[in-house]
Design a protein around this ligand. Structure first.
Ligand code: UDP
Length: 473
C-alpha cells in the first residue's frame, strides 16, 4: 500500500462568523472573494504542508486560516512532514540563519544537504501520491522547500510560503538562501510576510506579500470574561487563591471543554488574582530573548512597581521541530536563580501543558487578558502572532522594532516599539505603561482596532484566494 501523508484534523468554520467582528465593507469584500473563488476551486484540493501540528506561529496561522477555507467550500487539507532529529537540527539552523543568527553554529554543506534531501524524499513521495494535477499546494517554511520540485511533478500548482526573514540580510541569511534557493525557485509563486523579507535574486513576478493573521474565535482569542480568566488561571495552577470551577472554553468544533492540565512553575512565590502581570508568551528560543526579558525586568526598575513578570512557553518536550527548547528553558531557569531574591520573587517562568492544543491556547488567552502589559522582546521576528493576539485583547504591547512587529504596532499609538538590544528602554517602557493606566488603556483600544482593520483571518483568507485565482487563471 502507498504511504500517505499525515493529515491534521481541521474543524470547519463558517466565514459568516466574521460579520460580528468586521465592519460592513470588509465583510462584503470577503463574501465577494469567496463567491468568485468557488467555481474555480470546485474540483481542486488546496494542500498546506508544514513540519509540525503543535506549537509555534505557523500552526496557529494554519488553524486560523484553514477552518475558514473549509467553511468557504474549499477542499482544504493540512499535511505534516516527519523527519529524524538530524533533519530538524539542520532546518533549525536554517531557520536561525534566515533570521540572521548562527543558531548552533554548524555548517550548511553537502552533508547537511544530504540529510535535508534524504528526509524530504519520503515525505515528497507520500504527498505526491495524494496530490492531483489540478490541486494547489502551499509548502511552508524551510522544512518543506525541498519538496517543491517533486510536488511540481504531479502537475499541481506549488507555492512556497516563507514565514521567516530579516529586515537587512546578513551573510548568514544569504548562506541559508543559498542552501534553499535551488529548491525554492522552482515554485510557481513565493509568499513572504513582509516585502523586506523577499530574497534578492528571486523572480520578482513570483513574489507575493501576505501578512499573517489571527482567528478571533479560536480558543486562543475567543472572548473570556474576567471571571473565566481568573478561573482558567486558577485551574491551570498559575494563580493561587481563586475558584477554578468556571474554567471552561469553547473548542473549535463548538463543544465545551474544561481546563484540566496544570503548568510547571519556576517561581519563588505564588501569584494571586490581584497581582499585576507583565507577560511574554514565546517558545523557549533565544531569538525570543528570554534572558533579555528577565534581566531587563529585574534590573531596570520594573520590579519596584510591584508587578510580576510571567514568561510562558510550551512544555519543552512537546514541540518536536524545535530541538533547542529544553536547553533554553534550562538557561532561563538558571538565570532566574542567580538573581537577587527581591527580583526573583517577581519573576515567574511557566511551562504550559501541551497535552491538548486548545487547552494550551485558552491558558495563553487567559494570560494575555490578565496581563497589564504584554511584551514581545524578540531579537528577530517573522511576524509575531503573539503581538496581534495581545493587541486584539486590547492590551498595550511593547515590542521590539524588528520584522513584522513593526507592521503591527504603530509606535506610541497602538503600542510601543523599542530597540531589541536596549534593556534600559524596554524597562522604561514597561514602567511607564504600568504607571499610566490611562495611556495603557488608550493604546490597548487603538491596538484592537488595528488588528480588526488588518490582521484578522478574513483578510488573509481573501489574500490567499486572490493569489490562487491569479495563479490558476
Ligand atoms: N504559543 C502557544 N503556547 C505557548 C507558546 C506560544 O500557544 O506555550 C503560541 C502563541 O500564542 C502564538 C504562537 O504560538 O500563537 C507563536 O507565534 P509567533 O509568531 O509569535 O512566534 P513563532 O513561535 O512562530 O516564532
Amino acid at each position: 500500500m502507498d504511504a500517505v501523508p499525515e493529515l491534521v484534523d481541521i474543524p470547519s468554520h463558517p466565514p459568516e462568523r466574521f460579520e460580528s467582528v468586521l465592519e460592513p465593507e470588509p465583510f462584503k469584500r470577503l463574501a465577494d472573494g469567496i463567491r468568485s473563488s468557488r467555481e474555480l476551486l470546485d474540483d481542486r484540493v488546496v494542500w498546506h504542508v508544514n513540519s509540525t501540528a503543535k506549537g509555534g506561529g505557523v500552526v496557529e496561522l494554519l488553524r486560523a486560516l484553514l477552518g475558514y477555507a473549509l467553511g468557504a467550500g474549499v477542499d482544504t487539507r493540512w499535511a505534516v512532514i516527519h523527519g529524524e532529529p538530524e533533519f530538524f537540527r539542520v532546518t533549525k539552523r536554517i531557520h536561525n540563519n534566515l533570521h540572521g543568527f548562527e543558531g548552533d553554529g554548524g555548517p550548511l554543506g553537502d552533508a547537511e544537504r544530504e540529510a535535508y534531501e534524504g528526509a524530504l524524499r519520503d515525505n515528497a513521495q507520500d504527498l505526491a501520491g495524494a496530490v492531483q494535477a489540478q490541486d494547489v499546494v502551499f509548502l511552508h517554511d524551510p522544512q518543506t522547500a525541498g519538496m517543491v520540485a517533486p510536488t511540481k511533478e504531479t502537475g499541481a500548482t506549488v507555492i512556497w510560503r516563507c514565514h521567516v526573514g530579516l529586515d537587512v540580510p546578513n551573510a548568514l541569511a544569504r548562506r541559508a538562501w543559498g542552501f534553499l534557493e535551488p529548491y525554492v525557485r522552482q515554485a510557481d509563486a513565493y509568499v513572504f510576510s513582509r516585502r523586506a523579507f523577499a530574497w534578492e535574486g528571486l523572480d520578482g513576478d513570483k513574489i507575493n506579500v501576505i501578512a499573517p493573521s489571527i482567528d478571533a474565535f479560536s480558543p486562543k482569542n475567543q472572548m473570556l470574561d474576567a471571571g473565566t480568566v481568573t478561573a482558567v488561571l486558577a485551574a491551570a495552577g498559575i494563580v493561587d487563591g481563586a475558584d477554578p470551577s468556571g474554567a471552561t472554553f469553547a473548542r473549535g468544533d463548538g463543544s465545551e471543554a474544561r481546563v484540566e492540565h496544570t503548568v510547571e512553575l519556576f517561581e519563588d512565590r505564588r501569584l494571586g488574582p490581584e497581582d499585576r502581570i507583565v507577560l511574554q508568551v514565546s517558545r523557549w528560543d533565544r531569538l525570543k530573548d528570554p534572558s533579555g526579558v528577565i534581566e531587563g525586568f529585574a534590573e531596570q526598575g520594573a520590579v519596584q512597581t510591584g508587578a510580576h513578570l510571567v514568561y510562558a512557553g510550551p512544555a519543552v518536550d512537546a514541540v518536536s521541530d524545535d530541538p533547542e527548547g529544553a536547553e533554553v528553558l534550562e538557561e532561563s531557569i538558571a538565570l532566574r536563580e542567580r538573581l537577587p531574591e527581591q527580583s526573583r520573587r517577581h519573576i515567574h517562568l511557566v511551562a504550559l501543558p501541551m497535552d491538548d492544543g486548545e487547552e494550551n491556547a485558552v491558558i495563553v488567552n487567559a494570560l494575555q487578558r490578565q496581563a497589564a502589559v504584554v511584551v514581545q522582546k524578540s531579537l528577530a521576528e517573522g511576524f509575531g502572532l503573539t503581538v496581534a493576539e495581545a493587541m486584539w485583547k486590547a492590551r498595550p504591547v511593547i515590542g521590539s522594532r524588528v520584522g513584522g512587529i513593526q507592521d503591527q504596532i504603530v509606535d506610541g499609538e497602538s503600542g510601543v516599539l523599542v530597540d531589541p538590544h536596549d534593556l534600559e528602554a524596554y524597562g522604561r517602557a514597561v514602567r511607564e505603561l504600568l504607571e499610566d493606566a490611562g495611556r495603557a488603556e488608550r493604546m490597548g483600544r487603538a491596538a484592537q482596532q488595528r488588528v480588526r482593520d488588518g490582521f484578522l483571518g478574513a483578510r488573509s483568507l481573501l489574500d490567499y484566494l486572490d493569489l490562487i485565482r491569479r495563479l490558476l487563471r
